[in-house]
Design a protein around this ligand. Sequence first.
Ligand code: APR
Length: 233
Amino acid sequence: MKVVILTGAGISAESGVKTFRDNHGLWEGHRVEDVATPEAFGRNSALVHDFYNQRRRQLSEVIPNAAHQALVELEKYLGNDFLLITQNVDDLHERAGSERVLHMHGELLKKRCVWCEVVTPCETTTSLDSTDLCEACGRDLGMRPDIVWFGEMPYYLDRIEIALRDAEVFIAIGTSAVVYPAAQFFAMASMHGAKTIEVNLAATARSNEFDQRLFGPATETVPKLVAELIAAR
Ligand code: APR
């Protein structure tokens, strides 16, 4: 059974990481256009760095929850038949023990030089600044968080497309399914024959289009679903 999982902010919510759209459409008090676009970075890199520096620091205050851990169990059980695609930029899946993870929207614990494109790891204590020099090419004014901003191309789309074509089960967990292309993954998987399951705190605008729905907190629903998938195999 080939299983593809897509996670969103909802899976990390009970760990204490804020979701995006549950907070009146604001990201910790900021409008998306002010902190998560290449234009915003060009206009006010200090504000953008400050926003992501804070979010990076917050990672040291949160730990993976039972939903992250349940996905590790499923991965151990399925091996190569398991793929986890996450829109999250936190590292909670990795800290729980997940290995087959694709961060399609980038990672807070990585930085990228806009000049030479070299990506290097960060610590939770890393505070990026526009005066930082790139460790690879030595230029300044180019270090940015390795985050996919609005208007930019998500990562791993080729690999994701292949996985969605082959998937027998596709599960979306804790995502409002409004940001593309992730919002259409379930439809692509379904078109190729996968059973689709939505796991969310509450119904979303797309719930009716999934084959199965499971509503409730991810720390309860995900372990339950994983146990059912393993038992049914
Ligand atoms: N358990 C399950 N689901 C939850 C929980 C919970 N404890 N808490 C919240 N949710 C659900 C909400 O109901 C909502 O549908 O998680 C979803 C979070 O939605 P968003 O905040 O929109 O997050 P996400 O879907 O991950 O956003 C996608 O948008 O802004 C961009 O790049 C950013 O990756 C992000 C993308």
